[in-house]
Design a protein around this ligand. Structure first.
Ligand code: XUL
Length: 521
């Protein structure tokens, strides 16, 4: 039976999922947390920096983790020779700077770890990742050069965004012009890992490329005006943007020799973790909205045409199954939930009980603004968790109402700032660590007035990558694959309580007025 391998190079780990596509079975599920490679000093996936806005990773960490991961799969008895196709996903927006394309380097040797052989190829030792927030000046410059943020939204689907690749490239060019001049290629995390696996210069998937502030959503090619506004001679340094079903090469002989892949195993273009999760959740057609509860919370959904957010906070990426997807990212996700739980002394079970048993929708008027760290949706640079309500609540002496308050506030902002993606969703699919909390799912169902389902699979992004490999190389259709791998857990369906609708309408209006006072203008 044909097996397919999906890789996911995310912020804190590199994961692999091997599927037997026709039987609908997950054959292997393995992950290497970056904390397990202490020599790279990046337990959370990035290097310490005195400036809290700067978040860079060592790209060689990803290469080293790939070798550890493939080694572990072999140790577990996974026969990589049975893999008929590979694809992958990467954390979006991060960028890797190379002196020369990987295919121009001499054959890789077996007597030294690959990351050591690749080190001399980096023209920039570190890769800025999506958590980096240091490019406000470059965002202003790029927007000013093309006629403002509205024009950027029109062309790329997003205004100039600090973590997006274009502003990051501009900052590198301004701060290290000689190193920029020595750079032959700039890759996304996704195209970098695919380049390593194939020892080629892998192209960029258009879906992931849309997160760079450089791709024109109409032509699906780099926008000449934005390329010129970002850095000189950038066009020659950018990989080609290609459709998501492109085979970019075959697994390099190094990996065939060392890990036992079959020679010439095809590799499908890697994409961003969010487009990949859209596939892994079986949500590639409009009507289903995904809520991913993680380090940051994201809300995303498929759309046929690129509709843009009139408020300018949302983004448009490519949908691997065709068309586009919306994505809205909230920085105050699990961090905010955990901060509240810690402050009022609730463990995760107590947090769930507080919502389901000890409090009720509307929280007896108690309201909290969920801002503990700077927020991107809406833009809040001076965050503060404002509390409105009686004295016990506003002094954190009411653990149960505090738990409900953070979750209600997060769900209400998710609903408000995702309204532009079109109408009320028919169903919501929850994923991510916090989706195991029934209390959170209950609040989301009531706030959105939509049914909430949960997927059985934990790593939707790695699954999406494996399914894309099966779809392209194995010529299996999406419906066949989704039925086998992306069916929601029938035991978890949370239906909205209609009587909560007016409660949350009123609460949403109150919260919006408070946010208006706090948000940047
Ligand atoms: C999306 C975003 C994150 C990263 C890391 O715009 O920045 O979701 O893709 O997961």
């Amino acid at each position: 039976m044909a097996h397919y391998l999906g890789l996911d190079c995310s912020t804190q780990s590199l994961s692999a999922l091997v599927v037997d596509a026709e039987r609908g079975k997950i054959v292997a599920d393995e992950s290497v947390p970056f904390a397990a490679l202490p020599e790279f000093r990046s337990p959370h996936g990035f290097l310490e920096h005195p400036d809290p806005r700067i978040k860079h990773a060592d790209p060689l960490l990803w290469v080293a983790a790939l070798e550890v991961l493939l080694g572990r799969l072999r140790q577990r008895g996974v026969d990589l020779a049975r893999i008929h196709g590979v694809s992958g996903a990467g954390q979006q927006h991060g960028s890797v700077y190379l002196r020369a394309p990987l295919d121009s380097t001499p054959p890789w040797r077996d007597d030294a770890p690959l990351h050591e052989q690749l080190a001399p190829l980096l023209s920039r030792a570190t890769a800025p990742i999506w958590l980096d927030n240091a490019t406000s000046e470059e965002c202003h410059e790029i927007a000013a050069a093309v006629g403002g943020d509205d024009e950027l939204v029109r062309v790329t689907g997003s205004r100039a965004i600090e973590r997006f690749t274009g502003p990051q490239i501009r900052r590198f060019f301004k701060q290290e012009p000689r190193a920029y001049a020595a750079t032959a290629e700039i890759h996304l995390v996704s195209s970098f890992v695919a380049s390593v696996l194939t020892k080629t210069s892998a192209p960029v998937d258009r879906g992931d490329g849309a997160g760079m502030n450089l791709l024109d959503l109409q032509t699906l090619d780099w926008s000449p005006a934005l390329v010129a506004a970002t850095a000189p001679d950038l066009a020659s340094r950018l990989p080609r943007p290609v459709p998501c079903d492109t085979i970019v090469g075959t697994v390099a002989p190094y990996f065939v020799r060392r890990y036992g892949f079959a020679p010439r195993t095809p590799v499908v273009v890697f994409t961003g973790d969010n487009p990949s999760s859209l596939v892994g959740m079986g949500a590639t057609t409009p009507g289903t909205t995904v809520i991913s509860l993680g380090t940051s919370d994201t809300v995303f959904a498929a759309m046929e045409r690129p509709r843009t957010d009139p408020r300018g906070f949302g983004h448009v990426f490519g949908n691997p199954a065709g068309g586009f997807m919306s994505l809205i990212c909230f920085a105050n996700g699990s961090l905010a939930r955990e901060t509240v739980a810690r402050r009022v002394g609730l463990d995760w079970a107590g947090f769930e009980r507080a919502i389901l048993q000890d409090t009720k929708p509307g929280n007896d008027g108690a309201l909290l603004l969920p801002y503990f760290v700077p927020e991107m949706t809406p833009r809040i640079t001076a965050p503060q968790p404002l509390l409105r309500g009686d004295a016990a609540f506003t002094t954190w002496r009411d653990p149960a109402r505090s738990a409900r308050a953070i979750v209600e506030a997060q769900a209400l902002v998710m609903r408000r700032y995702s309204d532009w993606i079109g109408g009320t969703p028919e169903r919501l699919l929850a994923t991510g660590g916090a989706s195991s909390n029934q209390g959170i799912l209950r609040v989301i169902a009531d706030v959105f007035q939509a049914e909430v389902h949960r997927l059985r699979v934990k790593n939707a992004s790695a699954l999406g990558a494996a399914l894309r490999a099966a779809q392209v190389v194995g010529q299996l259709d999406w419906a066949f694959l989704f039925e086998r791998f992306a069916a929601p857990d029938p035991a978890v369906v949370v239906r909205p309580a209609p009587e909560t609708r007016p409660i949350y309408e009123e609460m949403g209006a109150r919260l919006a007025a408070e946010i208006h006072r706090l948000a940047d203008r």
